[in-house]
Ligand binder design. Structure first.
Ligand SMILES: C[S@@+](CC[C@H](N)C(=O)[O-])C[C@H]1O[C@@H](n2cnc3c(N)ncnc32)[C@H](O)[C@@H]1O
Length: 229
C-alpha cells in the first residue's frame, strides 16, 4: 500500500500557530519534505523545528526563486519524483508549507503532480493574511465589504484595475515591488492608513505605516482599507 502525502500548513512563523493536527502528523510521519531557496535555509523547516522528532528522513526541495508567473516546472518534476519514491515504498510524506498550503503555496505544484497517483491530505494552516491583520490590529473586512487579494508583481495598471473597486486590500509578495505598490495605492486613495507588515508573528516581525517604509523583504505584505471598520 502506498504512503499518504500530507500538505501541512504550518502557519506564518510563530510555532504556537501550528495546528494540533499538523503537530500530531509531524510527530509520526517518517519523511519530512520542505521547500528551500537554491542556497540557504528553509524558513518553514525552522517553524516546524519544535515539532519534528529527531531521526526523520528529510528531503530538501531546493527551487530557484524566479521572477514572473511560471513555476520552476523542471524542479517540481524532480521533487515529485523524489517524493513518489517514498510514497511508493509505503512511507507517508509531510510537505511543510508556510502559512496555508493552498494560499499562494508552492505545495500546489506537487499536489498537481502527485494527487492523481497517491492519496493526499491537505491540512490548512493560519495564513499570512490572517496573521498580518491580527498583529497589525486591523480588521480585514466586515458586513458586505469586498476584500481584494493581489500579488505585488502584477504590472502597475493591472494592479490598479484589480484594486479599484475593493473596500479593503491585501497586497502580497511586496519585496522589490514596494515603490510601485505605494504609487498605486496613492493613486487610488488607499495609501493613508495602509499598513506594512513584515514577518508577521516572527520574533523580528514589524508593522509600520506603509508611507514610512523604504525597503521591503519578500516576507512582507500590505493591508489597506477604504474606510474605518
Ligand atoms: C508564496 S506566498 C506564501 C503564502 C502562504 N502560503 C500563506 O498562507 O500566507 C509568500 C508571501 O506571503 C506573504 N507572507 C507569508 N508569510 C508572511 C509573514 N509571516 N508576514 C508577512 N507576510 C507573509 C508575503 O507577502 C510573501 O511574499
Amino acid at each position: 500500500m502506498s504512503g499518504i502525502l500530507y500538505g501541512l500548513g504550518l502557519g506564518p512563523g510563530d510555532p504556537e500557530l501550528v495546528t494540533l493536527k499538523a503537530a500530531r502528523l509531524l510527530a509520526r510521519v517518517p519523511v519530512v519534505a520542505y521547500p528551500a531557496p537554491e542556497e540557504g535555509d528553509s524558513l518553514v523547516r525552522a517553524i516546524a523545528a519544535p515539532h519534528v522528532p529527531p531521526g526523520r528522513i528529510e528531503v530538501v526541495l531546493r527551487t530557484a526563486m524566479l521572477p514572473g508567473e511560471a513555476p520552476a516546472h523542471a524542479a517540481y518534476d524532480r521533487h515529485a519524483t523524489a517524493l513518489a519514491a517514498h510514497l511508493e515504498a509505503g512511507r507517508d510524506v509531510a510537505v511543510l508549507c508556510e502559512g496555508d498550503p493552498f494560499f499562494y503555496g508552492s505545495f500546489m505544484y506537487l499536489f498537481g503532480r502527485l494527487a492523481p497517483r497517491f492519496p493526499v491530505e491537505v491540512v490548512p494552516g493560519v495564513s499570512s493574511l490572517a496573521a498580518a491583520a491580527a498583529v497589525a490590529g486591523l480588521p480585514l473586512v466586515s458586513r458586505n465589504e469586498a476584500l481584494a487579494v493581489v500579488p505585488a508583481p502584477l504590472p502597475e495598471e493591472e494592479l490598479a484595475d484589480r484594486l479599484a473597486d475593493c473596500d479593503a486590500a491585501v497586497v502580497m509578495k511586496v519585496g522589490r515591488h514596494l515603490t510601485k505598490v505605494k504609487r498605486v495605492l496613492g493613486r487610488l486613495g488607499l495609501l493613508d492608513g495602509a499598513l506594512y507588515v513584515e514577518r508577521a508573528t516572527m520574533p523580528d516581525g514589524r508593522v509600520l505605516p506603509l508611507a514610512q517604509v523604504e525597503e521591503a523583504p519578500y516576507f512582507s505584505l500590505v493591508l489597506a482599507r477604504r474606510k474605518e471598520p
